[in-house]
Design a protein around this ligand. Sequence first.
Ligand SMILES: C/C(=C\Cc1cc(O)c2ccccc2c1O)CCC[C@H](C)CCC[C@H](C)CCCC(C)C
Ligand SMILES: C[S@@+](CC[C@H](N)C(=O)[O-])C[C@H]1O[C@@H](n2cnc3c(N)ncnc32)[C@H](O)[C@@H]1O
Length: 261
Amino acid sequence: MTVLGLALPVTFTGQQLPVTSRSRHSLVVKCSSERQILFNRIAPVYDNLNDLLSLGQHRIWKNMAVSWSGAKTGDHVLDLCCGSGDLSFLLSEKVGFNGKVMGLDFSSEQLAVASSRQNLRDRSCYKCIEWIEGDALDLPFDDCKFDAITMGYGLRNVVDRDRAMREMYRVLKPGSRVSILDFNKSNQPMTRFMQEWMIDNVVVPVASFYSLAKEYEYLKYSINGYLTGQELEALALEAGFSSARHYEISGGFMGNLVAVR
Ligand SMILES: C/C(=C\Cc1cc(O)c2ccccc2c1O)CCC[C@H](C)CCC[C@H](C)CCCC(C)C
Ligand SMILES: C[S@@+](CC[C@H](N)C(=O)[O-])C[C@H]1O[C@@H](n2cnc3c(N)ncnc32)[C@H](O)[C@@H]1O
């Protein structure tokens, strides 16, 4: 799906990739390896900037996403695109030391932060978390394995959302839920304007102090290329989920999709 600009096929490691936008300087091709590099680069400051730039609110949103997943004591659950592990830690508190949490990400640097955070914490439930370096588009798990899946700020960042949704469906047990938290691509012009204004005038200037302006500029591009709540519900139903509901939170700045297999 092209987002902006020309949809000229670009061969990259044998794949046909759409050119998604044309900047003043060069063609910008956003593919998995470039996103892997981006998230490896921001890993050292990712958690602190999330806390600072959202005034700590992102922890509330992540708590909501985990609650919506339905994860409970003793469950085996998956946190997809786990990054530095925020949702994995919250899931482990839900499933307890008898449960199992698998945190999967393709960024080795993000997983290194997650693992070091785990070692610094002494709650017994955190010992049930296993970190896996893998691809959300080709999950290394059997069918119908998990009692719940979370995906925090990940679906917007994968290069093939249909495939990611189908993989989640495949590895989820029947009757179980996936809970997908991300920015909301609002239908309200004022909300979109305020979201973009915050990114342009607060997020990116702060990120520039860490020489990460370009990485955080990607946020606006990726939100513009994301799906609306209604489109996310349709995506889940097309992947085979029996029901799907998108909830807007935090004034429409964020949103959470809950789908049942
Ligand atoms: C946890 C949050 C974002 C995670 C995140 C997701 C991405 O796709 C990125 C891509 C590139 C760089 C960084 C990220 C990234 O951090 C949400 C909170 C952190 C945001 C960076 C802050 C966004 C501010 C909102 C536009 C306005 C917040 C209003 C709030 C009520 C104070
Ligand atoms: C914005 S971070 C979200 C991290 C964490 N879930 C959170 O809520 O803070 C997005 C994560 O998705 C990962 N990611 C993007 N595409 C992926 C893919 N195809 N497979 C695995 N991880 C992927 C990135 O490496 C990054 O760690």
